[in-house]
Design a protein around this ligand. Structure first.
Ligand code: S3P
Length: 172
């Protein structure tokens, strides 16, 4: 097993919490594109979004994703929900030495699970409606990049971690 593990999917799917545990089990580094951007610029995603705009944020998250994918040391990467919007990012994920796993969940599940933190300005208003709309817009994009899909609606954290590890093994 020498490939990066990239977790994709909507806000609230569990990419960061699952990814952190998968990395611990593999004893691999873990990176989260939102956290990388926030650390690099010393501002929250919400502040960047407010002050510089979404477009500027998308460039920053693209850089964070690309750097993680290009790192020769295998790692677990939680790719923020919007990284798939850019065709160049989708191509980079597909061409990288990586297994891309989509944590798929129904919008109702996402709305029930998602925490509205400082890194989710899109959920400022009606989170459930926004999640449904974004999910509809992005389904095709997650499908395009995914080597494997895990339906997490009925899985708890430990079960989701076990399923990811099984996919990593299968695609290793
Ligand atoms: C976004 C997802 C968020 C964060 C930003 C925008 C999106 O990351 O990058 O709020 O467009 O789906 P998570 O998927 O880690 O919550």
């Amino acid at each position: 097993m020498t490939k990066h593990v990239v977790l994709v999917g909507m806000m609230g799917a569990g990419k960061s919490s699952v990814g952190r545990r998968v990395a611990a089990r593999l004893v691999w580094p873990f990176s989260d594109s939102d956290a990388v951007v926030e650390a690099r610029y010393g501002r929250t995603v919400a502040a960047i979004w407010r002050d510089d705009g979404e477009e500027a944020f998308r460039v920053m998250e693209t850089d964070a994703l690309r750097e993680a994918l290009e790192d020769p040391t295998p790692s677990v990467i939680a790719a923020a929900g919007g990284t798939v919007l850019d065709a160049k990012n989708r191509k980079a994920m597909q061409e990288a030495d990586a297994v891309v796993i989509w944590l798929r969940a129904d919008p109702d599940t996402l709305a029930g699970r998602v925490r509205h933190g400082d890194h989710r300005p899109l959920l400022d208003d009606d989170a459930a409606t926004t999640l449904k709309r974004l999910n509809d817009e992005r389904l095709e994009l997650y499908t395009e990049v995914a080597d494997a899909v895990i339906d997490v609606d009925d899985l708890d954290l430990d079960e989701a971690v076990a399923r990811v590890l099984a996919e990593v093994e299968a695609h290793g």
